[in-house]
Design a protein around this ligand. Structure first.
Ligand code: FAD
Length: 283
């Protein structure tokens, strides 16, 4: 199903799950987790893709497995930074030949040694322009309720999202956030600027305190010290951390639903349990 059809009936809850190619190459374990995720009949499973195509083959293998064997609706992420036109063309054809209809179109984080990169595509907007002209794929895009760390201003960042919508993006998935106020404020400003595509909150049920610390450091995501302290309390017990993560994410989703959000994009960290329990709690 195309993104526009999935989100056309945006009056019931729509769930999507994000997974990444495991660094240790243990895709078997991931496929078992994906089979569990299937219990909730997600509208989409999205599969991340390394900037510069660092994990191109594993990412594509997972997409193929989802499409051909697990028979799940799959949306590959695709980053264009450091890629040249031929490389992008080849990947897009491969995706289309698999019968994939949707893609998450991204720039990707620029590596430190940017001068050794191809510069055919400088931003997600360049990739979107390319997809519009050269493929039938529908595309989703990224959005940042707490501003992209490199964007000059919050306003500039939202203007980029508006451009993405005007170029045909069907839906936006947000960067993970833990403070709903950021989403509410972002959503309101987007609406005032004329952005009316679904802006799907990115939810990450916490499963490890150290991982939480790393995410906050890397993405610049805001987190209240009270929340940090709450998870710190459980840091020595994996089981208690997972339980606390499920409780926190469930409450977060309940409030988002009250606000009007109808889609949830779960950053699953390749584990089904927490996201499935959050869904049980909110449905
Ligand atoms: P763009 O839309 O081109 O830029 C995003 C915003 O940042 C724009 O507002 C732009 O103005 C501003 N900006 C970016 N760079 C600069 C700069 N140098 N100077 C000034 N302003 C700047 N990354 C991966 O590598 N693989 C993935 O699979 C992946 N999946 C993601 C999924 C989601 C839902 C999200 C939210 C992010 C994901 N990312 C992924 C991270 C993403 O690639 C980075 O955040 C990247 O830096 C920006 O990508 P973009 O598509 O948002 O870029």
């Amino acid at each position: 199903m195309k993104l526009s059809e999935i989100y056309a009936k945006y009056n019931k809850l729509i769930f999507s799950f994000e997974v990444f190619p495991p660094k240790n190459g243990d895709t078997q374990n991931l496929f078992e987790e994906l089979a569990k995720m299937n219990q909730k009949k997600p509208a989409l499973i999205s599969v991340t893709y390394g900037a510069g195509g660092s994990n191109r083959n594993t990412s594509l293998d997972i997409v193929k497995e989802l499409k051909n064997h697990l028979k799940q609706p799959v949306m590959p992420h695709f980053t264009c930074v450091c890629s040249n036109k031929q490389y992008i063309e080849k990947y897009i054809r491969e995706i289309e030949e698999l019968g994939i209809t949707n893609i998450l179109a991204l720039r990707g984080d620029e590596p430190q040694e940017i001068d050794v990169c191809y510069r055919d595509f400088k931003s997600a907007l360049d990739l979107i322009e390319y997809l519009r002209k050269h493929s039938e794929l529908e595309f989703a895009v990224a959005a940042y309720p707490e501003k992209h760390p490199k964007a000059k201003t919050f306003d500039d960042d939202i203007d980029v999202l508006l451009k993405k919508q005007n170029l045909g993006a069907k839906v936006a998935y947000t960067q993970v956030f833990f403070d709903n106020e950021s989403y509410y404020k972002f959503f309101d400003i987007c609406s005032k600027k004329g952005i009316n595509i679904p802006i799907i909150p990115g939810i990450m049920p916490i499963i490890s305190y150290n991982q939480l610390k790393k995410i906050v450091e890397l993405s610049g995501t805001k987190i209240d010290s009270k929340v940090m302290n709450y998870f710190e309390k459980y840091k020595d017990s994996k089981e208690d951390t997972i339980k606390a993560g499920i409780e926190f994410a469930s409450l977060q989703c309940e409030k988002l639903i009250e606000f009007g959000a109808r889609g949830m994009h779960f950053y699953t960290l390749n584990k089904a349990k927490s996201s499935l329990e959050v869904i049980n709690n909110i449905t």
